[in-house]
Design a protein around this ligand. Sequence first.
Ligand SMILES: [Fe+2]
Length: 285
Amino acid sequence: MARAAPHHDVDLPDDHPGVSDAAYRARRGAIAAVGDAYRSGDPIPDVEYTPEEDAVWRTVAHELAAKHRTYACRAYRDGAAALTLPSERVPQLREVDERVHALTGFHIEPVPGLVPTRMFYGSLARRTFLSTQYIRHHSVPLYTPEPDIVHEIIGHANMLAGPALADLYEEAGKASARATTEAGLAFFSKVFWFTLEFGVLWEDGELRAYGAGLLSSYGEIEAFRDAEVRPWDLVAMGTLDYDITHYQPVLFAAASFPRMVDDLTAFFAGYDDDTPARLGARPPA
Ligand SMILES: [Fe+2]
């Protein structure tokens, strides 16, 4: 019999939907222990998801797939079609990793929860995406206050299944490593937020999402067309403050998918601590 890794119930913030559910907190602890014990290069151990957890995945996957037909950019839909993740149960990171790696050479590795900023971005430079494995609370299947496996896999892994996007993520990782100051990393992180997490672009006369945060959010993927949509502006993206607890009131639209890839690749490829000043951004007060 395999020896179970020791684990502790997870502490959740007071407003988390699972905070008063002891069984959920224990599950979170058990799933986090898998990510905690994982070492890069090891085979990824499976998590035995409960029927309740599979049901959450099923609900969200079906609802989001319907939205993606209208609101997701073509590259995302192509990536999702190539990856063909199960929609009836929570996919194992092991199988997502195998499939993404076969398509674009990107790896997925489990982590217990939010990891330090530099570690998360830094892993992208070695074509590795650090992913949580737990799933949101079943009482609100279409909402999560934190990145869960739905966000990581439906939002990011489908993107990483496309070669152009996978290269872009790697370039972002390399850029983060050249940001040595806090200010340099902050500007980079904000551009990442307003592009690869919450970016939109024009395609066939429609505004469509390529950001993983939008693509994995049942409510926001429809609401984004009501946001204030500004034209592509790296200085504005890199200096605008954002609040992760609400729908984003301001989004930035690329003129097209190829323009987004070209402009963002050039930005990441040339990024260092002096980039914000070179672009004309005023230093933070
Ligand atoms: Fe994300």
